[in-house]
Ligand binder design. Structure first.
Ligand SMILES: O=P(O)(O)OC[C@H]1O[C@H](O)[C@H](O)[C@@H](O)[C@@H]1O
Length: 302
């Protein structure tokens, strides 16, 4: 069976190769595992809560309708907890949409969100439908989101795929194609242009790269070999995050404590500005993670 549904999960198995598969937790519609030819490509904490009591620490949590915590008291998302409610709500499997490549859809509407939580967004005035499409390709995983404003008032939101990539050792990898991109460094609270030809990791890292053209891809490269390629569609920003030693110690659901060496978050999103969605309109964004790839060097100067 290429698509199997249990009470809590949806499992997709590649029809031509059963060692390629993925698992989606219905809680948060979080992809918690992607195996390419038997090799796990996503990082999941050993202490991640998979029982719906917390957002999942690992895999691909979904961030909506706010990235981080709003600092603007007057903003409709000000009262929401960090990263909103999509990652913390029970999504519903809508069904399989294509066989080749294998695709399923999951949906979320206000009625599935904890009413206490939903009320915190603009006093519960915003009506929406989220449809997540997850595709398991031969050597890739695509997650695509459609946000529809099904209500009668306009609203605005952030979207982000909080992707935790599993890697052999974060101190051995570099990531390309952020050179000359605008960047906000969350650790020092400063804006600058990224100048490194490749970014590397020797300490805590938390940067929002902004307004990067869709044709620019990001690649995690280890000793000259591409491990994973990240492609984006209509998601202009990308957060790059590694919590390093101290921050990992402070997260109860982060295990093992040296797990930061085995993970790197590259998070395509629309977070530098809000998407304004008029009543009745739809917005789409998509990321594709591809196993391997040829090194491609691209610029952010146009
Ligand atoms: O602990 P969480 O709410 O899952 O957030 C985890 C991380 O998400 C993003 O990557 C942010 O840039 C970080 O500042 C934050 O620490």
């Amino acid at each position: 069976m290429p698509v199997e549904e249990t009470e809590t999960k949806v499992i997709l198995t590649h029809p031509a190769d059963e060692s390629t598969s993925l698992t989606i937790l219905k809680h948060g519609a979080t992809v918690i595992s992607w195996k390419y030819k038997g090799q796990e490509k996503l990082w999941l904490s050993d202490a991640a809560k998979l029982d719906g009591s917390k957002p999942v620490r690992g895999g691909i949590p979904l961030v909506f309708p706010i990235f981080g915590k709003s600092k603007d008291e007057k903003h409709p998302a000000f009262k929401l907890p960090q990263h909103g409610f999509a990652r913390n709500s029970p999504w519903e499997l809508l069904g399989q949409t294509t066989e080749n490549p294998l695709t399923v859809q999951l949906g979320l509407g206000p009625e599935q969100v904890d009413p206490e939580l939903y009320k915190l967004w603009d006093d519960g005035k915003n009506d929406f439908t989220l449809i997540l499409s997850v595709t398991l390709g031969d050597d890739y995983l695509t997650t695509g989101i459609e946000v529809e404003n099904t209500g009668s008032n306009d609203f605005e939101f952030n979207w982000l795929f909080h992707t935790y990539l599993r890697i052999p050792d974060v101190t051995d990898v570099v990531v390309n194609n952020f050179t000359d991109a605008k960047c906000y460094d969350q650790l020092i609270g400063e804006n600058y242009f990224e100048k490194s030809p490749m970014i590397s990791f020797t300490e805590e890292f938390d940067r929002i790269y902004k307004e990067i053209d869709s044709k620019v891809i990001f690649q995690v490269v280890e000793f000259g070999k591409v491990l994973t390629t990240v492609e984006r569609d209509n998601l202009p920003d990308a957060v790059v995050w590694n919590p390093w030693i101290k921050k990992s110690e402070g997260m109860a659901d982060f295990e093992p404590k040296d797990g930061y060496l085995k993970m790197l978050c590259i998070e395509p999103g629309h977070v530098n500005s809000f998407v304004h969605l008029k009543a009745g309109e739809k917005w789409n964004g998509k990321q594709t993670l591809r196993n391997g790839g040829e090194i491609k060097v691209q610029t952010n100067i146009y």
